[in-house]
Design a protein around this ligand. Structure first.
Ligand code: OAD
Length: 229
């Protein structure tokens, strides 16, 4: 079976009703990212950071996977499929995809603020000041913030290296190291980019740019790949 790697960003969840990051106002849900998504913000005002992510968690739990998330699941019938997402939502999992790697963490998990390996599922929607890990330190969202390292990238690179097909969906490819992942693909790998505002350069012969919304383009591409398999 051929290996397909799917790199997704906020754009794939836009049609489920979750806002992308780089909208026109430069704000993320009315906040500057530096006020809510950095280690400095956490040190300065952890209560604000927890409230911000509590809101995001509540919102994510209220929305549903869309046609794009659902179509990707079909690929598993005939391909080895790995999804590498920058999204913190769980819409790929809820759609039914079986192998999903979250580069930037998961909204439904908390982690110790002194040991990044102590990770817990968040059962209720709310995290509070005073919630502690087993070592007695305050729990923080299990999210990779700006300025923090992205440990999962080491596991994502070999997946891209062995890929026969890479499909990039709904990411502005501005945030490293995720944005550098394509550099690890083989010269023969077929690459597709689905994004109405794609900024990828189309000189490469094995790159197809599809400037459409994910909810339209992903089901069509999936059908084509299954038919041609
Ligand atoms: P961005 O907001 O930077 O980019 C979203 C992309 O989705 C843009 O290129 C849009 O054109 C595209 N898009 C919008 N609607 C779409 C649709 N219906 N179908 C397909 N594409 C659509 O989001 P990311 O690239 O995911 O990091 O952002 C990367 C990281 O930056 C995020 O993971 C987050 C953020 O800061 C952290 O939280 C650590």
């Amino acid at each position: 079976m051929k290996n397909i790697i799917i790199l997704t960003g906020a754009g794939i969840s836009a049609e489920s009703g979750i806002k992308t990051f780089r909208g026109s106002d430069g704000l993320w849900e009315n906040h500057k990212v530096t006020d809510v998504a950095t280690p400095e913000a956490w040190a300065r005002d952890p209560d604000l950071v927890l409230r911000f992510y509590n809101e995001r968690r509540k919102q994510i739990r209220e929305v549903l996977p869309n046609k794009a998330h659902l179509a990707l699941v079909q690929l598993e019938k005939y391909f080895n499929v790995d999804i590498v997402t920058q999204n913190i939502d769980d819409l790929h999992e809820r759609a039914g995809s079986s192998q999903v790697m979250h580069l930037h963490g998961e909204i439904n998990q908390s982690r110790s603020s002194i040991d990044e390996n102590l990770i817990y599922d968040i059962v209720n929607a709310e995290m509070k000041i005073g919630d502690q890990c087993e070592l007695g330190s305050q729990l923080r969202p299990n999210i990779v913030w700006f300025g923090e390292s992205v440990p999962m990238i080491e596991q994502a690179i070999p997946l891209v290296e062995k890929a026969d097909i890479v499909i990039v969906i709904g990411t502005s490819m501005q945030v490293y190291p995720a944005a550098g992942l394509l550099d690890f693909s083989k010269p023969t790998t077929q690459i597709y980019n689905i994004d109405p505002n794609s900024v990828m350069q189309s000189q490469q012969k094995n790159l197809s740019i599809i400037k459409q919304k994910a909810g339209v383009a992903v089901p069509l591409l999936v059908r084509e790949l299954l038919n041609n398999n």
